[in-house]
Design a protein around this ligand. Structure first.
Ligand SMILES: [Zn+2]
Length: 308
């Protein structure tokens, strides 16, 4: 079943079911191969995305075959396929991780990347600097985390400044993420703070329909921590089950992790435990949230009916 026939089939079902459905995560596993974009959190608010019934076309796809194939009741199927149909009308859930150096993606968000990949979220990584050795390590680390697209650079560490903003905008327009993970502006490392500033500005520019035909609006920026701990993290991601994968990925950065008596391995171990204590789990990664300004005058999304 390709996505097009899948979508038509969904319309056929919806003709019978109208909007009635109750989401349950248990519905999804056997549908994932057909609808990789169907995910739980967006489902919870999914009914708002359902197109009007009159706009849907029926389809000759034989429902009896589907029931036979899946062995489920029709009510169950209707519920599943309505959920999946809703998601087929949504943009892909994706994250873009933008870092100053190879290894930052692991130290700051390795477990978070892996956890989202396991949830079916597409994760891309863009490193502003790199060289042959470090890029090889980055490729190996990102393969272990399940990263989809990796954007590499051969740029030197000391060449990170605002002149790179067009590359950051280009990565955003290509990956089209719902949210970005990057550094914090409170970080002590100047490359990290430059990267964070650039991302914030690039998010605004990338969303301007007056500048780009393919403009894209990023909804949130998550700021991660490397050496500098965030004073006021807004969210914690429980990475208890992903820690071993994240640690294995971090170890792929061989040229870095052996420095100063395995400093980064010790740091990642201690920091994820500390954040785990705060988040009431074994291990966690912490983030603060930056909401993009989206201050242009051309956003229909900024038109609200009420402020309360
Ligand atoms: Zn770094």
């Amino acid at each position: 079943m390709n996505s097009q026939s899948g979508h038509n089939f969904l319309c056929y079902i919806i003709d019978f079911s109208h909007r009635a459905h109750v989401w349950s995560p248990a519905n999804l596993p056997f549908l994932r191969p057909y609808f990789p974009l169907a995910h739980e959190p967006l489902m919870r608010s999914a009914s708002i995305f359902l197109p009007p019934i009159h706009s849907l076309r029926s389809n000759p796809f034989p429902i009896s075959q589907v029931i036979e194939h899946f062995g489920h009741s029709i009510t169950y199927l209707i519920r599943c396929f309505v959920d999946a149909a809703i998601m087929s009308n949504c943009e892909e859930r994706s994250l873009l991780v933008i870092v100053a150096h190879p290894d930052d993606e692991c130290i700051g968000a390795g477990g978070t990347i892996r956890r989202h990949v396991e949830q079916g979220v597409y994760v891309d990584v863009f490193s502003l600097t790199g060289n042959e050795t470090r890029n090889e390590e980055l490729q190996a680390a990102c393969a272990g985390l399940g990263v989809r697209n990796l954007y590499l650079s051969e740029r030197d560490d000391f060449a990170v400044d605002m002149s790179l903003i067009h590359e950051v905008i280009g990565a955003i327009l290509k990956s089209r993420p719902i949210a970005i993970i990057t550094h914090s502006q409170q970080d002590y490392n100047r490359n990290h703070t430059s990267c964070a500033q650039m991302v914030e500005q690039a998010v605004e520019w990338a969303s301007h329909v007056t500048l780009f035909d393919n403009a894209h609006r990023v909804e949130r920026i998550y700021n991660m921590e490397i050496n500098t701990l965030l004073a006021k993290p807004n969210v914690f991601v429980d990475i208890t089950d992903q820690y071993k994968f994240a640690l294995a990925a971090l170890k792929k950065h061989k040229s870095q992790v052996s420095k100063v008596d395995n400093f980064y391995l010790k740091l990642y171990d201690a920091r994820t435990k500390l954040r785990g204590v705060q988040a009431a789990c074994k291990r966690a990664e912490a983030f603060s949230i930056t909401l993009p300004e989206h201050a242009g005058p051309f956003y229909p999304e900024n038109n609200v009916e009420s402020l309360v």
